[in-house]
Design a protein around this ligand. Structure first.
Ligand code: MF3
Ligand code: CO
Ligand code: CO
Length: 258
């Protein structure tokens, strides 16, 4: 049986399209003055209205339905009563569970007009993820993914976060293998047709060091400079790969024309 039709792929495809469509909805409301809590509400309602559950909600005590990570927040920011201002960049990370299967994806958003530097960081992050996705096929090594990302990011003068990685995904939210976003070619495990995992590079404007805030979740850059991230859930097929979390509206990368 072709793996594009196996149960895991069809399940994750459905979950991924709900997560991705939730981000399409978020696109409509991002503007100066909105609160990250309002983003959370959209995600919660959209996912529920589509017969799915939000995986982050109550996951290891996480209190909300998505992660919102503006500016120097690297990942796992908690939506709250905080206003986004003109010039901010923000990552929104959504994971839906549909029929027991997970789909995990995140995108960056521009709040109004943003600096040239911020735009370059965001586009470099997106390019690095896409370059890594394009090499995916049965038989390559996990290290090839990290190497592809690291090479591109460092050529642009940015750095790859070491403290968080992509992950296998399926009926379980986070499982092996770990997908590091830096590394050596031909190192690590080989990819096999049927594997499903995320690629979710976190890229810093300055140094790659991070620290965890007292809430136990929010990771920030040590040097307080900007950080950006994109995430797709992907599967290895007999022919190459499938991306489960593409936007059906083409809203994969900002600025979004809506
Ligand atoms: N979606 C995140 C990831 O890409 C995980 C968020 S876990 C949470 O793996 F609890 F912080 F929501
Ligand atoms: Co993930
Ligand atoms: Co995610």
């Amino acid at each position: 049986m072709k793996n594009s039709t196996i149960e895991s792929f069809s399940g994750i495809r459905k979950a991924g399209s709900i997560a991705s469509a939730a981000l399409d909805e978020v696109t409509k409301i991002i503007k100066p003055g909105i609160k990250t809590n309002e983003i959370d509400k959209i995600c919660f309602e959209f996912i529920n209205d589509n017969g799915a559950y939000s995986a982050p909600l109550f996951y290891r005590g996480f209190p909300k339905s998505c992660c919102t990570s503006p500016n120097h927040i690297v990942c796992h920011g908690i939506p709250k009563d905080k206003v986004l201002n003109e010039g901010d960049i923000v990552n929104v990370d959504v994971t839906a569970i549909k029929d027991g299967w997970h789909g995990d994806t995140s995108r960056m958003f521009f709040v109004g007009d943003v600096s040239v530097k911020a735009k370059k960081l965001v586009s470099t992050t997106y390019e690095s993820m896409n370059k890594a996705i394009k090499i995916l096929k049965d038989g390559i090594h996990i290290g090839d993914i990290g190497h592809t990302i690291q090479k591109h990011v460092e050529s642009q003068g940015f750095s790859v976060v070491r403290d968080f990685c992509g992950h296998g995904i399926g009926k379980i939210f986070h499982q092996l293998p770990n997908i590091l976003h830096f590394g050596e070619p031909k190192s690590g495990e080989r990819l096999k047709s049927g594997m499903v995992f995320t690629i979710e590079p976190m890229i810093n404007e300055g140094e790659y060091g991070t620290k965890l805030l007292n809430d136990g979740w929010t990771a920030v850059t040590k040097d307080k400079k900007l950080s950006a991230q994109f995430e797709h859930t992907v599967g290895i097929t007999d022919e190459g790969y499938e991306i489960f979390t593409l936007s059906k509206k083409g809203l994969d990368f900002p600025p979004y024309q809506t």
